[in-house]
Design a binder for this molecule. Structure first.
Ligand SMILES: Cc1cc2nc3c(=O)[nH]c(=O)nc-3n(C[C@H](O)[C@H](O)[C@H](O)COP(=O)(O)OP(=O)(O)OC[C@H]3O[C@@H](n4cnc5c(N)ncnc54)[C@H](O)[C@@H]3O)c2cc1C
Length: 442
């Protein structure tokens, strides 16, 4: 086995590993402190083999938590910097919500204005109906009392954008070594000295873990705790909480010509996200009386109208969850009939054009799992002396800008935008506020 020495080893060729590698190489070169040859990305499979390669690709600012919004505004700027290379479609993002969420939505809008993020707020039942019918003349969902239309954001094509990022990193001289699995991490006196792989050891000065849903395993290799005490914002301590919990993301595609889902002007509509407390029915009867939420967009890459609904918690301890084979190959976590019925009924609830669309749902494995932290928000932090963890709690395809911020931190410039995402917030109780949304990540 060979032993190699590289300054920076990044584990994972998903959105975060690639964005970090690209930005790190740029900054090393620009500052005269090195170049891309100091950065090695290793991935056990290939570029986009994880969550980033199956993500629906929605890019939004729409978060209840101020720290998330500020971070997303930064990332949207990165998407906008090269739409072609990132296969980015800046169609905007529209959230339609019921009365129970109105105050949350108004607050998001006020704070978006405060940070200069362009969005339009519509309040009131009839005002929302007429705004939505101005966009879609077949709109028919009742009980929507707030609409927040973000004029920036939209969606990107998952694999195409990763290839764009990989090309940018490689153009800076970064090597992306695929088919290399990290099997262990050597720590000496609190500092990482090398990563063990199935192709030999690699000594390094800094290690970056960007392993998506596999973070559980890399975290364990660093001998970090499987369970932690979590202090809430009222100072109550919740002992022995699992550090990682897996959720299965529920997404699928309606096999229709994407051109059939345009706005009234024939243009590409914003990504639409609807939350509702109205009973959901289809031709077989009641689907649910609980609060529900869906998102959807016409997508030429998925070849239809693609979207999803709230994720489902995997009801097993993280240690017992088999992450491989990932995503669409993993029969255990692909969406079931319950999702198909709910999502298609909700589409028809919102738009006349989707009436009876369940038969057009594309029967193929879809979805994937994500590793969520105790408060369902990311951890971006140095752990051990020289290991950096990028664990996005499944928020992250849209967060293409995190790599730039992490690269700056790796080079000694602490980033205020990342400060609210440190690991010690679970100890100190500086958790993020919780919204009324049915989604664990909003
Ligand atoms: C179905 C689905 C839809 C989603 N939709 C959206 C969306 O619309 N918008 C959004 O913002 N987010 C979305 N997400 C979340 C988003 O995809 C993830 O948060 C993000 O892609 C994580 O990126 P990452 O770079 O951390 O990890 P990944 O993309 O998972 O990359 C991790 C890489 O690490 C490699 N790896 C793991 N272990 C090892 C090891 N031991 N040795 C070497 N390599 C290893 C893997 O092969 C993988 O390529 C979605 C997620 C899913 C599952």
């Amino acid at each position: 086995m060979t032993v190699q020495q590289v300054r920076f080893v990044i584990v994972g060729a998903g959105i975060h590993g690639l964005a970090t590698a690209w930005q790190l190489a740029r900054r090393l070169r620009a500052s005269g402190r090195g170049d891309g040859s100091d950065v090695l990305v290793v991935d056990k499979s290939g570029v986009g083999a994880g969550a980033s390669g199956v993500a629906c690709g929605v890019i939004r600012n729409n978060y209840f938590q101020p720290a998330m919004r500020e971070l997303m505004a930064h990332s949207v700027g990165v998407w906008e910097s090269d739409p072609e290379a990132f296969s980015y479609h800046p169609v905007g993002y529209l959230q339609a919500a019921p009365e129970a969420m109105r105050a949350d939505v108004e607050r998001i809008h006020a704070e978006q204005r405060a940070i200069g993020y362009e969005s339009e707020l519509v309040i009131g039942d009839s005002e929302c109906r007429s705004y939505l019918r101005g966009l879609f003349d077949d709109w028919r969902a009742e009980g929507i009392t707030s609409v927040l239309h973000e004029k920036r954001g939209g969606y990107a094509n998952n694999v195409a954008s990763l290839k764009g990022l990989a090309a940018k990193a490689e153009a800076e001289g970064v090597e992306i070594r695929t088919g290399v699995r990290v099997t262990g991490i050597e720590v000496d006196g609190g500092a990482v000295t090398a990563v063990r792989t199935d192709a030999g050891d690699i000594r390094c000065e800094r290690l970056v873990l960007a392993a998506g849903p596999w973070i559980r395993d890399l975290w364990a290799m660093l001998e970090l705790p499987e369970r932690i005490d979590v202090t809430d914002t009222d100072g109550n301590v919740h002992p022995n909480r699992p550090m990682w919990t897996y959720w299965a993301l529920q997404e699928g595609t309606l096999e229709v010509d994407p051109h059939t889902f345009t706005d009234n002007a024939g243009g590409l509509p914003p990504v639409v996200h609807v939350d509702s407390d109205r009973p959901l029915r289809d031709s077989d009867g009641l689907v649910t009386e609980d609060m529900w939420g869906i998102y959807y967009k016409p997508d030429f890459s998925f070849g239809g109208v693609q979207g999803g609904a709230a994720p489902v918690e995997v009801p097993r301890p993280a240690a017992e969850v088999a992450v491989d084979p990932y995503g669409t190959q993993s029969p255990e976590f692909v969406v079931g009939e319950e999702f198909v019925r709910m999502w298609t009924a909700a589409l028809a609830h919102c738009h006349g054009r989707f009436e009876g669309c369940r038969s057009r749902y594309r029967r193929e494995p879809s979805g994937g799992i994500g590793a969520f932290t105790p408060d369902s928000f990311p951890v971006f932090d140095n752990v051990r002396q020289n290991a950096y963890v990028i664990a996005d709690s499944n928020h992250g395809y849209k967060m293409i800008g995190v790599g730039e911020l992490v690269a700056r931190e790796l080079l000694g410039e602490p980033q205020p935008l990342l400060e609210p995402f440190r690991f010690d917030r679970f100890r100190t109780g500086r958790l993020h506020p919780v919204s009324n949304s049915p989604f664990p990540w909003s």
